[in-house]
Write a protein that binds this ligand. Sequence first.
Ligand code: GLU
Length: 319
Amino acid sequence: MRPKLTAVFATFAVLVAGCGSAGDPHNLAPAVTAERPLPANAGKVTETGEPGGGSEDCGDPTVSLRPDGKDIPSNSTMDKIKESGKLRVGVDQNTYLFGFRNPTSGTLEGFDIEIAREIAEAIFGDDSKVQFVAITSGQRIDVLKEDKVDIVVRTMTINCERREDIEFSSVYFVAGQRLLVRKDSGHQGMDDLDDKAVCAAQGSTSLKNIAEVNPEAIPFAVDNWSDCLVLMQQGQVDAISTDDTILAGMAQQDPTTVVVGDQFTSEPYGVGIPQENKDMVRFINAVLEDVRKGSWQSSYDRWIEPVLGSSNPPRPKYK
Ligand code: GLU
């Protein structure tokens, strides 16, 4: 023990000496502004591309294939999924109310998660046969094209641009884009945000719509919606703009924030399905017919009604 103690005192003596004597102050904190850390892939965007719906006109993109029952013919897409033993679903794990990890139970919960479980129930007679794959907004189309998931249920707006790459079910929810700000900011809408950073997820319709609605605002892109909330809490962005559904969840998580302004877009949500799996589109539309008559309302009332008020399931359109 003794040699070690000596070493400690010696080190201490050197440190004290290093601090300098009274009358010889050292400024140990150089006056340089520290760069605040940003989440991965976060930053200001100069080119957001075409506004939300895309430039291609495909008619009404929400018209989907007519359901023809919930039977599972052999060799169908549903049959192959059944054989594999699980339905692989691309979901969000960061969006409170729609797809988020319950910190107490560790399980994924929310409106989208319940839609995914209904589809698994229809295939397996067991809603636990789901393999959830957590994805960002920007990954939704690629994971379908690259066969990494069977479907995507993730606050996904149906539009003509996306229809060039994937299929969609009928509409199961209609949201609309609004704005979330700090209560003490005084901002009331997008018009107040000239030269201000407005956060949205990369690959979302929201990011493109910000530039469309106020070209003087500075779109700020991140991977996950939860990154936007943290950045606003840190004062690194001035506002967040996306679907009212997602903003309502954030306002619940942080009561110092508030949703302001009117809806300035319509965001009809559909289940994303690989382009070639038309049988799966019809099958999921049959499942959604049942969901609209049954679990839709209880799921809505559990997750969404307390924050956005009462609503009914949207009517499907078929061709
Ligand atoms: N509904 C919008 C979209 O599909 C925004 C929501 C999101 O990105 O998760 O792009």
